[in-house]
Design a protein around this ligand. Structure first.
Ligand code: FEO
Length: 397
């Protein structure tokens, strides 16, 4: 429903309390999400982004019932991914001649999605749309996180609409950052950065610096998911700067899968070895076949080292570990260390394969890894403790 966030500026999005998987099944949304659309009414009226297609009818009906639909002079599509553009088809059926402002890549992507030749107006950084007393300035933001991505900025009200950037997957009726649980808010922010923006970290830093150089005051940041940043809005910008610089905490994550608990026992003994060597480091263990992969990636993001374990099966690794290695390959983490471990009974390729996967993902190996034959006994587990001691010592240097 419509909510005024500043005089003449309205949130007209949709809160989705039910969604638990996003991007197909690629991103878990434990706390739901929202698709934020904004309406700015000045002498001219502009609609910034829409909502995901399952809600297109509801979205357009709301605009119609509030009397706003036929008053829309311009539509801005900051990003063509369908959680934001999904209602365009239904919307444009009602206002077919209204110009749609987006980047030139946005035109390609929107045409690719909807196969419609709407009245597209491609824009570049610095170009503005005059609304009467206020202006909307466009700022291209390629790869944050798609090639078509764009921010826009409303003068006089000093509002930045950065689309996905600075957003979080949270369903709430509270609308603003200062009203929600701060731990939950930041958990979702860092999860979003870790899982979506890690490969583009350099570009995040560059884009933020470019924006700072524009010297525009910012009173409010209105992303396309989750809450609006109205209290100290630059706090999330500062966090993004911190996260974009190869972020790490004093944490080691141990990610493994196991068949008959041999590799699990190795993981636990390695953790014991790390902790006994360094009491201040946080060690977290995750059985990847039982843990949400996006949550694990968030923990890897926070870690200075990642240990990956799998027994050998069919001359390879368990499928959940293979999937995890592929996941981190695409994320291109930087300046993180790693090591591999696992049990085997016959051929014993898992450690070598994990090492290859970790190196391909950009991790620096701390050692050759540890492989143990059959189910580890007390003496073998002592070897794991020693392995953990050595890793902790190397990381303290
Ligand atoms: Fe929220 Fe890139 O879509």
């Amino acid at each position: 429903m419509k909510r005024e966030i500043k005089k003449g500026v309205y949130w007209v999005g949709k809160v989705d309390w039910e969604i638990r998987e996003f991007h197909g099944a690629e991103y878990s949304t434990h706390r739901g999400t929202s698709y934020n659309s904004y309406l700015v009414k000045d002498k001219k009226t502009v609609l910034i982004d829409t909502v995901w297609s399952p809600f297109d009818h509801e979205f357009v009906e709301n605009l119609k019932n509030s009397g706003d639909l036929q008053k829309i002079d311009y539509v801005v599509a900051n990003h063509a991914e369908v959680d934001h553009s999904g209602s365009l088809a239904e919307l444009m059926d009602h206002i077919p001649d209204v110009p749609v402002y987006c980047t030139s890549n946005g035109v390609k992507s929107l045409k690719g999605h909807f196969h419609q030749d709407w009245n597209f107006v491609p824009v570049k950084t610095g170009e503005t749309l005059d609304l009467g007393t206020k202006k909307l300035m466009f700022i291209e933001a390629p790869m944050l996180h798609w090639p078509d991505s764009m921010f826009c900025y409303l003068t006089e009200d000093n509002i930045l609409f950065p689309n996905d950037a600075f957003g979080q997957h949270i369903a709430t009726e509270l609308l603003y950052n200062d009203l929600v649980d701060q731990a939950e808010l930041y958990q979702e922010c860092i999860k979003y950065f870790a899982n979506i923006l890690t490969p583009f970290s350099r570009l995040v830093e560059k884009k933020i610096n470019e924006f700072v150089d524009l010297n525009l005051p910012v009173d409010m940041i209105c992303p396309s998911h989750g809450v609006i940043w109205r209290e100290n809005p630059l706090q999330i910008v500062n966090k993004y700067m911190e996260w974009s610089r190869n972020y790490q905490e004093d944490q080691i994550s141990i990610v493994y899968d196991t068949m008959w608990n041999g590799t699990r026992k190795m993981a636990e003994s390695i953790a014991e070895g790390i902790e006994s060597q360094n009491r201040s480091v946080t060690v977290k263990l995750f059985n990847i076949s039982h843990t949400d992969k996006n949550d694990v990636v968030t923990e890897v993001f926070k870690s200075k080292a990642l240990l990956v374990g799998s027994p050998t099966i069919n001359q390879g690794v368990l499928s959940a570990v293979a999937g995890f290695l592929e996941e981190i390959r695409g994320l291109r983490f930087k300046e993180k260390k790693a090591a591999a471990f696992g049990t085997y009974g016959w051929s014993g390729e898992s450690v070598k394969m994990i090492n290859e996967g970790l190196e391909k993902a950009g991790f620096e190996l701390l050692n050759d890894g540890l492989k143990l034959l059959w189910n580890p006994d007390a003496e073998m587990l002592e070897e794991c403790v020693k392995f953990g001691n050595d890793i902790a010592s190397q990381l303290e240097l």
